[in-house]
Structures are given as C-alpha cells and as structure tokens.
Design a binder for this molecule. Structure first.
Ligand code: SF4
Ligand code: SF4
Length: 458
C-alpha cells in the first residue's frame, strides 16, 4: 500500500500554525513542492525530488494536485515508475569509510580569550571556555599537527580552521602553524587549505601579511547592520564593536585581489530575526559568501518560524537580483546545489568522530567546536587518540541521528549531532524537530531554485 504523507508545511508553533509559501507533498520516495513567489503575482512553480536518486523533475500543477492520492492512471503509473527507479548516477560520499583516527579537518583554538562579549558566545561568554590558559603552545601543537598529517595519504586534503576566542589575537601563532603545515605538506603533496573565523575587529600589519601569504578563507562574524550587531556582539566594556569591523571591511576592499575568499558569518536566534535586513546590509560589501546560521541552542518556536520565513525572503531576493549566482553566495544554497549537481548522497553532516577534530589551548582533542571542555566529548590528547571512544562513531551520522526515513537525509546528512545531543552517546538523543523543520524547508527551497536554475520548470 502506498504510504501517503501530504501536508502544507507549517512550523511547530502550537496555536499559531501559519502556512508558509512553500507547500510540500509526498508520495513514497518522491517529494513535491509548490512555491509561490510573493513578488511575482500569479507565479507558482511545481517541482519534485526523488529522495534516493537525488533527481529533480519538473511536474505540472495537475500532478502536484494528485500527488498524495493519484486518481489519474497515467499520473499514477508515471509516479510509480519514477518512485521505483534506481539511479546509476547517484553516489555516496565516502567520508564515513575513511579509517578512524585520520583527521582531515582540524579546528585549532589558537586563543581562548576574546576582546568582545557576544551574548551567545560558545566559549563561556569571554572566549575562555572557563580555562585560564589563553593561547595555544606552538611547541606542543607542531608535533600534534605532524601526527595528524603523517596519517594522510599522498595528495589527500587537509583543512585547518583557526578559531578562538578571537584567533587574530594570536596572529603570530597562526603564521607559525601555517608555515609549518605547508612545509610538511610538501612531503606528501597534501592539498592544504586554511580558514580563519574572526570577529573582524583587529586589523594590523601582521594580520594583513597573514592574509596575503596564506590566502585563508576569511569568515567575519557579524550579525547585521551596526545597530543590530552592537546589541549582540559588543565589546567587553559594552561599547560598539561594529565600527572596527567596518574599518576592517574597508581595508579588505583594497587587498581583495591579493587574498583568499572573504565571507560573513551571522547567527540568528530569538534575539535577532533580521535576516533580510542583514542580507541587504551585507549585499553592498560584495562578500564571496554569506553564512546565515540559526543558533544551535535556541529552541524558540516563533523565532524558528520567523527564521524560515526570513530565509525564504532572502532566497527570493537573491534570486531576483542575480539568479543562481547571487543565490549561491548564500552558503547553504550553494552547498545543496553542489550535492544536487553531483547527485552525491551526504551521509555525514559533519565529520564528527571520524574526520573532524578540535584542538583546545591545552592541546586536548575534542569532537566538535561546541563540546570543548566537556570530558565526555574529549577524543584524544596531544598525539594520542582515545580509540575506544572513537570506535563508537562507526555508523554514518544519518544512522546515528536516526534519520533513515527522512526524505531530506541525503542533502542534510543527518544533521548536527550537537543540536540532537548525540556528540558523545547516541542513546542520549533529543532530536530537535525545530532543527529538522528548518533544514527541510531550506532543502525544499534549494530544490525549487535548483530546478528553476536548471530550466527544468514547466
Ligand atoms: S532534517 Fe532532521 S531527520 Fe532529516 S536528515 Fe536532517 S536531522 Fe535527520
Ligand atoms: S556536531 Fe554540529 S556543531 Fe559539532 S561539528 Fe558537527 S555540525 Fe558542527
């Protein structure tokens, strides 16, 4: 018997169930979407997605209408044939097969101190994670890096992301680490990439030279226009931090051609729902990417609904401004477009317990940037990996987070284990339906615009 799940998408907000512009219907493995464009009256698009084959197809309004319970024989035959088809094009990301203890993406907390006092700081409110050690020891870190790099094969990728606290408070340390990693990488011809996530308030010659020399991806954390950003990301004395960020952005404009890609990273929550206003503000700076995250700790029903609505407005606006090119400047859409283009099943949302590690300022090794300092999430120390602990991450994140029946699983990859509370033990899971609602809606939007951009629409 055909299992039918048809609904108008609405968020879990108790009494305030408001329909959104994107409507979903499901026929076994096939999900169909109806999308209304606010700005283009009478513009409604219909698209369907085969959740296992990762195929996107144009469908008519009539098929959408009948999708849940197809009465018309030709529609039913067509849908059943597509539903049952096994694609030879689709393939799986291999990251879960990577042997354990082989870290390919390493986050280093070069400092655990910060000059700002963001209201949602993941590092104890002051960048310290409650630890008195303020910056990493380079003498202890270099052998640790060699330990990780020695495990990689010829030509493999190795990514280092510098975090803090505020990492640019120790730009000299970043310089020493980059220099060392590049020298070691030559032995095996490793493909090394760097990223720095910074609050953007610190600009000096050392920072400028670092950006030119190593061309890291630069992600500047800012949550919107100065009026909004200063509420959420003030200096420790409560004063504005935004003027310093704007000054950095101006400096960056002069050297954009000499450095790596530059993007902005914003966090939204019930404290700040102005995604559209942030997008419009950032648009003027011509960032290479914009990452609009929702707080990993906020579970506010109304804020969740508003965030989804705002992301849809931003997608519509970006599409109107410049089609696929502008839409893909928003990181999440770019990410889903890549997976759809490649028909690549993402089975691990992140490399937790497999290919990802975080080093704190004491060179202890953790499984996720949000778990630093939690003994149950420590997976190693210096050049020792706690193999008994790491062995418990054998399955994919889709399996770990119980996502096997979710239609969005191969684009979502099983979601964030920190949000679902499975970083240390999958039996502790508290699946966040807010998170899943957000992801499924944004996946739906991405599929719709992917279809539009590939001219599949009827
Ligand atoms: S949307 Fe939720 S249920 Fe679906 S794959 Fe992602 S985390 Fe799992
Ligand atoms: S569990 Fe979530 S927060 Fe932690 S590394 Fe993975 S995606 Fe990031």
């Amino acid at each position: 018997m055909i299992k039918v799940v048809a609904r108008h998408f609405s968020t879990r907000n108790g009494s305030k169930k408001e329909s959104m512009a994107l409507k979903f219907k499901r026929f076994n493995k096939i999900i169909a979407f109806e999308k209304q464009l606010e700005q283009e009256e009478a513009s409604v698009g219909y698209v369907a997605y085969h959740s296992e084959n990762m195929e996107v197809a144009s469908i008519s309004k009539d098929i959408f209408g009948e999708l849940s319970l197809p009465q018309t024989e030709s529609f039913r035959e067509e849908l059943e044939a597509w539903n049952g088809r096994v694609s030879s094009q689709v393939f799986e990301s291999q990251s879960h097969l990577t042997s354990q203890n082989k870290i390919k993406s390493l986050n280093i907390n070069v400092t655990q101190i910060c000059n700002l006092h963001c209201i949602y700081c993941a590092a104890g409110g002051d960048g310290t994670y409650g630890d008195p050690i303020k910056s990493i020891s380079i003498d202890k870190t270099l052998p640790q890096l060699k330990f990780f790099m020695d495990k990689l094969n010829e030509g493999e990728r190795f990514h280092i992301s510098f975090l803090g606290g505020e990492p640019l408070l120790y730009a000299e340390g970043i310089d020493l680490i980059c220099e060392y990693v590049l020298s070691i990488s030559k032995i095996k011809n490793l493909q090394v990439t760097f990223k720095i996530t910074t609050n953007g308030t610190l600009w000096n010659e050392v920072v400028e030279s670092l950006l030119k020399k190593y061309k890291p991806t630069l992600a500047i954390s800012m949550d919107g226009s100065p009026e909004i950003n200063d509420q959420l990301r003030p200096q420790k004395n409560g004063k504005s931090s935004s003027q310093a960020v704007l000054s950095t952005l101006r400096q960056l404009q002069f050297i954009r051609k000499e450095i790596g890609i530059v993007g902005v990273h914003s966090v939204f929550s019930s404290e700040n729902m102005s995604v559209t206003s942030a997008y419009n503000f950032f648009y003027e700076f011509n960032f290479d990417f914009m990452d609009f995250m929702y707080s990993v700790t906020d579970e506010n029903t109304e804020a969740n609904r508003l965030y989804i609505q705002e992301m849809e407005k931003v997608a519509d606006l970006a599409w109107q401004r410049g089609g696929e090119r502008e839409l893909r400047k928003i990181y999440i859409f770019d990410h889903y477009f890549d997976l759809l283009d490649e028909q690549r099943r993402l089975e691990n949302h992140c490399g937790i317990g497999k290919t990802l590690a975080v080093i704190d300022s004491r060179n202890r090794i953790y499984n996720c940037p949000w778990t630093v300092g939690r003994p149950q999430d420590q997976i190693g120390d210096k050049t020792e990996i706690f193999s008994d602990r790491v062995k418990t991450y054998g399955e994919t994140v889709i399996e770990r987070n119980n996502c096997q029946t979710c239609w969005a699983r191969y684009l979502c990859g099983g979601g964030c284990s920190f949000v679902h509370n499975t970083t240390d033990n999958k039996n502790n899971m508290k699946k966040s339906e807010f998170y899943c609602d957000r992801i499924k809606y944004i996946v739906g939007l991405s599929i719709y615009y992917f279809s539009k951009s590939r001219e599949l629409m009827t």
